[in-house]
Ligand binder design. Structure first.
Ligand SMILES: Cc1cc2nc3c(=O)[nH]c(=O)nc-3n(C[C@H](O)[C@H](O)[C@H](O)COP(=O)(O)O)c2cc1C
Length: 345
């Protein structure tokens, strides 16, 4: 599949990794195993960690929180570390402590609306405190040569999404941020669950596009509700890049189709991806990683294909009972391919 994309100004990509296609930070989802899976599907995409709080980095088990799959580290694949916090000193310290973990950029979460995050006074509620966010990113940038970026919403609650967003972006831009991942809907901090806050406040791609057009010196990356190849590619010309969250997780082959269109990267077969992940599972389970913690991210691989149900069920139900490396992945992928071949014959 080829799309005619307009030429995009190359100077938009100078700082840091190529950000034309990225996978959003998602707590409990985008862990190191999930990222390794996505890496096989779209090797050029920029992948994000789950959010890690600055406090956790400072006081917690850093190898567990910040460690990457050794294969990905060795290959130098681009991964952005997302931090959460609102204390400039702690964020600076966490940024410094992350230096040896091989990340390509450090991102500050100013978009997450959960209660837990609000009570810690970080995430989306920080959109109301642009000066504090500016202090945070400036303190982080003081500790790393890596780009420091921000992920935010177009506003919160009754904040004016024209002037309020502009003031917020002015503040972070003055503090040195040149890349913004914009979830193009407001967060309503009262009365909605985090899940509802990802669906109910309306998307406003036009507002996001106006921000991008008004600030050609910045990279504005569009996020939110992008769930088909065509819809995603139709937005790409207006932005420096696109970021997919749930669609990338639930229907991961969308990443391959986008990587083909954006980077000219040939789409790998599902069987090749499954085989590579089976080899990965052989290595990790030998280190006592439970198979299930790898396969749970892979349930969408055969989405829309013959064998999708078999794949989901077998991988979902059997992984906890198996202790023979990645054999289950090989077996079920083989069975899915046979089903597809029989139907094609
Ligand atoms: C399970 C889950 C966990 C998430 N965790 C984070 C997070 O840690 N940090 C963050 O900035 N956004 C988080 N998000 C929001 C996503 O990064 C993204 O902005 C949102 O899902 C909208 O994009 P989408 O419509 O492509 O999914 C999370 C979303 C989901 C579904």
């Amino acid at each position: 599949m080829r799309y005619n994309l307009p030429m995009i100004k190359s100077d938009r990509y100078i700082q840091g990794p190529d950000r034309r296609l990225s996978v959003a930070p998602m707590m409990d989802w985008t862990d190191r195993h999930c990222r390794h899976f996505h890496r096989h599907i779209a090797p050029d995409a920029l992948l994000f960690t789950e959010m890690v709080t600055a406090e956790a980095v400072i006081h917690g088990d850093r190898d567990r929180l910040l460690g990457q799959a050794p294969e990905d580290l060795a290959d130098g694949v681009p991964v952005a570390l997302q931090l959460g916090g609102s204390d400039p000193g702690k964020l600076a310290e966490a940024t410094r402590l992350a230096a040896d973990f091989g990340y390509a950029e450090i991102n500050l979460n100013v978009g997450c609306p959960s209660d837990r995050v609000q009570s810690g006074r970080f995430g989306a509620c920080l959109m109301a405190e642009p000066a504090l966010v500016a202090d945070c990113v400036a303190a982080m940038a003081g500790e790393t040569p890596l780009p420091v970026t921000v992920k935010c919403r177009i506003g919160i609650d009754d904040m004016d999404q024209e002037s309020g967003l502009d003031s917020f972006v002015d503040a972070v831009e003055d503090a040195g941020v040149s890349t913004l991942y914009l979830h193009a809907r407001k967060a309503w901090l009262q009365g909605l669950s985090p899940k509802e806050n990802r669906d109910i406040p309306p998307l406003n791609y036009d507002r996001a596009a106006r921000l991008a057009a008004a600030r050609p010196q910045m990279q504005v990356i569009l996020n939110g509700g992008l769930d088909t190849v065509d819809a995603t590619l139709s937005q790409l010309p207006h932005f420096a890049g696109v970021m997919l969250g749930r669609a990338a997780y639930r229907t991961p082959m969308i990443l391959a189709a986008l990587a083909e269109a954006v980077f000219g990267r040939e789409t790998p077969s599902r069987l090749d991806i499954a085989s590579a992940m089976a080899d990965y599972a052989d290595r990790r389970t030998a280190e006592d990683v439970p198979l299930h913690s790898i396969t749970r991210h892979m349930l969408g691989l055969y989405h829309g294909q013959r064998g999708a149900r078999l794949w989901r069920r077998q991988l979902g139900e059997e992984a906890r009972n198996r202790h023979d490396g990645g054999a289950l992945i090989r077996e079920v992928a083989g069975a899915c391919e046979e089903m597809a071949a029989k139907i094609a014959a």
